[in-house]
Design a protein around this ligand. Structure first.
Ligand SMILES: Cc1cc2nc3c(=O)[nH]c(=O)nc-3n(C[C@H](O)[C@H](O)[C@H](O)COP(=O)(O)OP(=O)(O)OC[C@H]3O[C@@H](n4cnc5c(N)ncnc54)[C@H](O)[C@@H]3O)c2cc1C
Length: 378
């Protein structure tokens, strides 16, 4: 993260995160990437340090820190390994609807899981409802003592391990998106199941799978907010989540820059380091320009949120720009490494694979442009 406008506590937290990434994540990042599983030891340490407490208010056992600090932590952990960071980011994504619309009991229930390292999953996407999230088919039928949920979600981060699922389901088909409601479903509820781990291209320390709901009975107290508010809750959640998602993308870009600068000073062609070549210098300068600009957008979105103004357009700008930047910058890092960049023994090809998802999830970058233009032209 850039050194601008940080208070002393933020500087200390950033340093702690950077050391955690350098000592606990980077040395084993390649091996966990190949195996496609979470570094559980590092995860436990991250929970002990308190990274899962940052965004929760003190009343729920959290640290009550602001969004600016939260995104700084996300950037730094993603610098170490974007897949690892994504496990925590996905749990905060799932916590968001509860913080937004939940009762005090629901909030404390969620906090007790997430703060202590339990995973949570946000279940919106279905096979025929990704960008078109309003087209979901999962249903929640009202009964005398609650709801019965049936349906199948796909690509759900933390899907196989989550202790709690936030599920968006149709309570009234006739009302379109106004018939969607949100539910808090504990993972051990009978009828909740999941598919196999998806064999992903990148962010391989985090899992994604189908999550299946078969005659899942939940009490009325599982409803978040009111019936019919689910789509609004999901969209507001995604606005906020995009700030964290963008911060993670910046972390990847920063790592790509740091590795490129180091390599450019070491690698010699024509008798001198490639860092002396203007072609390489300009590439590195462009990587820096884009990454600093992306970080500034993330910061703006986070500051606005801390001021109580969640600005959909700025959140979407930050997510789209940071995602595009991470892909461009990581690809340029591969270029700077030349042939070695394309070989798995070197660290930059992983960054390119990790970066790509940031143009796809939390709303594709085409959808971010739909949001931005929609805000401007309404
Ligand atoms: C690794 C991973 C983790 C994920 N985690 C989660 C999760 O935790 N929870 C969850 O609910 N979902 C999750 N998702 C789902 C993700 O949010 C969706 O994949 C994404 O929203 C895109 O939906 P889709 O795959 O159906 O693509 P589609 O909607 O089919 O889009 C296909 C293409 O068409 C473009 N397109 C579609 N509509 C428009 C439009 N109106 N204007 C312009 N272009 C358009 C898209 O940009 C894309 O390029 C995850 C996905 C992945 C791959």
């Amino acid at each position: 993260m850039g050194d601008y406008v940080m208070n002393d506590m933020q500087k200390r937290i950033r340093q702690l995160c950077r050391e955690f990434s350098l000592n606990e994540l980077i040395p084993t990042s390649k091996e966990y990437d190949i195996e496609g599983r979470l570094n559980e030891d590092a995860y436990r340490k991250a929970v002990e340090i308190g990274f899962t407490k940052i965004a929760w208010g003190k009343e729920y056992g959290g640290l009550g820190l602001d969004t600016v600090t939260q995104v700084m932590v996300t950037e730094e952990l993603s610098y170490g390994d974007a897949g690892f960071a994504n496990v925590m980011v996905a749990s905060s994504l799932a916590a968001r609807p509860v913080l937004m619309a939940g009762t005090e009991e629901q909030k404390q229930f969620m906090a007790d899981i997430v703060i202590h390292g339990g995973k949570a999953a946000f279940c919106l996407t279905e096979a025929n409802a990704g960008s078109d999230a309003g087209a979901i088919r999962t249903s929640a039928k009202k009964t005398e003592d609650g709801y019965i949920i049936n349906g199948s979600k796909c690509f759900i981060t933390n899907g196989p391990e989550a202790e709690v699922y936030i599920v968006f389901a149709m309570t009234d088909n006739s009302k379109g998106v106004k018939g969607i409601s949100a539910f808090l479903v504990p993972g051990d509820t009978p009828g909740v199941g999941h598919g196999a781990h998806e064999d992903k291209v990148g962010i391989r320390q985090s899992s994604a799978s189908d999550v299946i709901f078969q005659d899942v009975k939940v009490p009325f107290s599982a409803l978040l907010g009111k019936e019919g508010e689910g789509f609004k809750i999901a969209m507001k959640t995604l606005d906020i989540a995009r700030i964290d998602c963008a911060a993670a993308a910046v972390g990847i870009a920063q790592r790509a820059i740091d590795l490129s600068v180091k390599y450019a000073k070491e690698r010699k062609t024509f008798g001198k380091p490639i860092a002396k070549l203007q072609a390489i210098q300009f590439m590195i300068a462009d990587m820096e320009i884009q990454t600093e600009a992306a970080r500034a957008l993330v910061r703006q979105a986070a500051e606005l949120k801390d001021m109580g103004q969640i600005n959909s357009k700025i959140c979407a700008c930050a997510k789209a720009f940071a995602g595009d930047t991470a892909v461009r910058v990581a690809t340029d890092a591969v270029q700077i490494y030349g042939g070695y960049g394309y070989i798995r023994d070197y660290p930059v090809e992983k960054l390119m694979r990790d970066a790509k998802i940031f143009q796809i999830f939390d709303g594709t970058n085409q959808i971010q442009r739909v949001v931005i233009a929609g805000n401007m032209l309404k």
